[in-house]
Design a protein. Structure first.
Length: 309
């Protein structure tokens, strides 16, 4: 029963992640920005602020006991928050600037493998044949869908060309982002072993990320200028995305409390399928591209295998 619950919550986290991505994309594409503004950075900060307010608001309503809560037990959530979303977003955005969105997304898309490989020695989790194949299917399918959405009809060939044109050192940024993202899942699982409260864990993690950004903005006038957004449309879109961020974090924290990293992380990374579904529902069409249909089939097969693991 707990395994089924964790799988359902992991998939729910993917739904929220997909909704978040669509909301941010809408705000980025339909807003009016000053020349020095970084809309992506502004979206990151706004979503974090909104999610922090939601988490602490929920804690205030529910009531929280800090009995048994120590700095040592909170440390994994703090470190996880500093790694993702704080450092992860900065590295990922810089990676996109260096190697392009397709290559960066393909590299970062391998984060479930990092999480799973760390979970084996650190948490004592084990792979089954079904979970290993399911993990690979979800990663491969996610990359196919990401590339299909951002590229042209021959985007598969384009991705290969872009990889061959990228210098090895430029891949360090998205690779570091991938490592931080994968490691953050394991840190959260460690933290939940000490504090069995996903809501408190999410609040602490997101607050740590917000504090990190506040410190950066305090020492850098240039960064402060990059997050000025006066257009109401993107502000509304980024605020809505922050609500979805809160739902995403709470769902996968709760999933990790009830399930294993090896099962939860891949299932919480099927959000490219959610994004494609929302995109086609918005225009009332069905996907016909063989590449899109293939990516969808691979992800569904992978998710099914993960539930059999």
């Amino acid at each position: 029963m707990l395994l089924e619950l964790s799988a359902a919550l992991a998939l729910l986290a993917s739904v929220f992640s997909g909704l978040q991505a669509v909301s941010v994309e809408y705000g980025l594409e339909n807003g009016t920005y000053a020349e020095r503004t970084s809309p992506a950075l502004a979206a990151t900060v706004i979503t974090i602020i909104v999610s922090v307010v939601i988490f602490w608001g929920l804690l205030a309503v529910r009531g929280v006991s800090f009995d048994g809560v120590t700095a040592r037990r909170l440390a994994p959530f703090v470190v996880a928050g500093l790694g993702n979303p704080a450092a992860f977003r900065l590295l990922y955005f810089r990676g996109i600037d260096r190697v392009g969105a397709r290559v960066a997304a393909a590299v970062v898309g391998a984060n479930p493998a990092v999480a799973a490989l760390l979970a084996v020695p650190i948490l004592g989790e084990t792979f089954t044949a079904a979970s290993a194949i399911g993990l690979l299917c979800i990663m491969a399918g996610g990359i196919v869908l990401q590339v299909s959405r951002t590229g042209s009809a021959d985007s598969g060939d384009l991705l290969v060309r872009e990889f061959t044109q990228v210098e090895g050192r430029d891949l360090l940024l998205p690779a570091a982002a991938m490592g931080l993202l994968g490691a953050s899942f394991v840190l959260v699982a460690i933290g939940l072993n000490g504090i069995d409260d996903p809501l408190l864990g999410t609040a602490v993690g997101q607050t740590a990320a917000l504090v990190a950004f506040v410190v950066l903005f305090g020492v850098s006038r240039e960064l402060r200028a990059k997050i000025r957004v006066r257009d109401r449309l993107p502000l509304a879109a980024f605020t809505l995305a922050g609500v979805f961020v809160a739902g995403n974090w709470l769902a996968w924290f709760t999933a990790l409390r009830n399930g294993s990293v090896i099962t939860v992380v891949p299932l919480s990374n099927v959000y490219p399928l959610v994004i494609v579904a929302i995109s086609y529902l918005a225009v009332r069409r069905v996907p016909r591209s063989p590449r899109l249909l293939g990516g969808i089939a691979i992800i569904i097969a992978g998710a099914s295998l993960m539930q059999l693991a």
